[in-house]
Structures are given as C-alpha cells and as structure tokens.
Write a protein that binds this ligand. Structure first.
Ligand SMILES: Nc1ncnc2c1ncn2[C@@H]1O[C@H](COP(=O)(O)OP(=O)(O)OP(=O)(O)O)[C@@H](O)[C@H]1O
Ligand SMILES: [Mg+2]
Length: 325
C-alpha cells in the first residue's frame, strides 16, 4: 500500500529580478513518487538539486506551487491548519543540521518529552521513563537526559533528534542527510541503527543523502534528483548495477573505488557547471556526453527501462544505454 504519493509536485523560489520581470529558481519540478508502507526510500543528488525542498513539501513546511501530496489515500496539501496539526505527529523529520534543530537552553529530557506531552502521548509522571526508553532505543544511555545539546557530540545530537522524532510514533520519517556531518565510524553506527529500527519498528522512511553508498545501505528503493527533477527511480540494487540515466552513472562513476582493477573503467563524466539549465527539455542536456537533438523536447516523464516497470528513467536513451554488470 502507498504511504506517500507525490503527483507532479512543483516548487519555485523567487531569487530576484525586477517586480515586472521576477526571476525564479525551480527547486522542485514535477516530481512523481510513491513510497510504500514499510519502505526505506533513498533520495540522492548533488547539493542544491532540491532534496530538502522536496522534504519540506512533504512535511507541509512549504506549500507546493503545483501538484499534490497524498498520504495513505488522502490528499493532504492545502489542508486547513487545524487538520494539518492533527496529522503532524504522523510525519516527523530529522533535519540536515542537528545542532540548530535542538534548543541550546533545553535539556535532552525536556526536548524529547515536550512533543509527547503536547500531543498527549504521555503524562508528566510517565515522561521520564518514556524518554529513557527512547534514548536506549537510539543507542544512548539513559543518563544523557540531563545534558544540554552543547554537551553532546555530533553523533549523539543526531541520535537525540532521532529519539525525538520517534517519540511520536510517526508513520513516515524523513531523514535529511542525517549522517553527512558525521565522521565515517559514527556514520556507520547511525546507519546500522536506522536499519535495526526499520526491522524493529517497520518504519517507512525517506532518507536523503549525498553519499550513494550510505543511501544504498539503508534503502530498498532509490530516486536520483537533478535540478529539481527526479531523473531515475529503481530498486537500490538495480540502480547501482544498471544505472540507466547518464546523471546516475556520472554520480556513481564520481565515487572513488577501492578496487584497483576498476580504476581504469570507462566513466561517464559531465562537463560544464551545475547551473546550466536549458529552458526546455532535459535539464542535463548541456552537460551530458550523450546529448542529442531529441533531448531538447524531452518532457521529463519517467519511462520503464527495458520494460521493467520498477525501474524508471527520464532519459530516452535509457534502454540502449543499460549497462549490465
Ligand atoms: N527559501 C529559499 N529561497 C530561495 N531559494 C531557495 C530557498 N530554499 C532553497 N532554495 C534554493 O533551492 C534550491 C534547492 O535547495 P535545497 O535546499 O532543496 O537543496 P538540497 O538538494 O537539499 O541541497 P543540499 O544537498 O546542499 O542540502 C537551491 O538552489 C537553493 O538555493
Ligand atoms: Mg538539503
């Protein structure tokens, strides 16, 4: 069953220009996406491609300019504030910057207990035990509850954010680059924790990240974004083994490999700057080594790769280009 469905979601920001001729940046552009119940869906793409904006649209922190957000069969964008508030505990997000999403003046215990008390999921008497339980769930010791955010390491802060998000028993958890700011060993701990929690609680999760390996490690399916567009969606294994879109290939090929025999492989490399976006057609056209005339009239619609309905790509050359590992 679909937990979350996005249909033609668009968001643009005004970035200057004149009152008569305003300039806009299309941060999210016609995104269609379905996340199933119990699924970990990874979203990858380079900095500025619209990942956080997409998360904010789902959370209702930004209103879409066009398109629809459906949650368990109910349309939820443009809901009146009262109805939106009732839905809020069901959606939780761990923000990109864990430091700034914790109140420096509050102790861990209060930060985790507050949302539960507000939504009447616990009482003042029961709250301390519930907080301890959550801290243990995310791998922290119960005595952390008396600390302030500045007394925690980055990894510990991230776990506190996770505990706070889990405290409301969310149906959908959005993790916006939860491990990017952490060192590799702490990253691994958090990723393993997420996998355990997924198995234990059956979480449905949108996991946003730069690091392809990290996103793949926790995700069942993945989507690749480029300049606001979702350009490829597929099973995490398939996407890595048979990337169909030239941008996905370039992303994969940009990652360093430890295997010396792989270093000489043919790589897809992009030319030019990320900001080069043509007015119409495929947004990658100006940088793509495979670009040809027809790319200027591409609509961005995702089509099945090699007739596989679970693997979709926006590149019309996808079928010809599939690289079997
Ligand atoms: N409030 C805003 N006003 C104007 N432009 C914005 C605003 N928020 C985001 N943008 C722009 O929208 C684009 C997408 O931003 P977003 O934060 O979604 O990127 P991202 O993929 O999350 O990047 P990163 O990986 O660096 O976090 C960027 O070019 C950004 O500058
Ligand atoms: Mg971001």
């Amino acid at each position: 069953m679909a937990m979350l469905e996005l249909r033609g979601l668009c968001k643009r920001y005004r970035i200057g220009g004149t009152p008569l001729k305003p300039a806009y940046l299309q941060a999210v552009d016609q995104v269609d996406l379905t996340i199933r119940e119990g699924e970990f869906f990874g979203v990858v793409g380079e900095s500025g491609c619209g990942k956080s904006t997409l998360a904010k649209l789902v959370m209702g922190l930004e209103a879409p300019d066009a398109g629809e957000v459906w949650f368990k069969g109910r349309r939820i964008d443009h809901l009146p504030e009262g109805e939106r508030r009732a839905l809020r505990p069901k959606f939780q997000m761990v923000f990109q910057d864990s430091g700034s999403s914790l109140n420096p003046r509050k102790r861990v215990e209060d930060m985790i207990a507050e949302p539960m008390l507000y939504h009447r999921l616990t009482t003042r008497r029961e709250a301390p035990a519930k907080v301890e339980e959550l801290l243990v769930l995310v791998g922290l010791s119960g005595d952390m509850k008396a600390r302030y955010p500045h007394e925690l390491s980055g990894g510990q802060r991230q776990r506190v954010c996770l505990a706070r998000a889990l405290s409301l028993n969310p149906e959908l958890l959005i993790l916006d680059e939860p491990v990017s700011a952490l060192d590799v060993s702490v990253q691994a701990q958090i990723l393993n924790l997420l996998r355990d929690l997924q198995a234990q609680l059956g979480l449905t999760c949108m996991f946003i990240g730069h690091g392809l390996a990290a996103v793949r490690y926790v995700s069942h399916r993945m989507g690749v974004m480029y300049m606001g567009r979702m350009v490829e969606i597929g099973d995490a294994q398939t996407l890595f083994a048979q990337p169909a879109h030239p941008y996905t290939r370039a992303l994969l090929d940009a990652a360093p490999v430890a295997d010396i025999t792989q270093r000489e492989r043919v790589r897809t490399t992009l030319s030019g700057e990320i900001g080069l976006r043509p007015e119409t057609g495929c947004p990658l056209m100006a940088r793509c080594p495979h670009a040809e005339k027809g790319c200027a009239s591409l609509t961005g619609a995702l089509l099945p790769v090699a007739q596989d309905l679970a693997h979709l790509s926006a590149c019309m050359k996808a079928e010809r280009q599939v690289r079997h590992a």
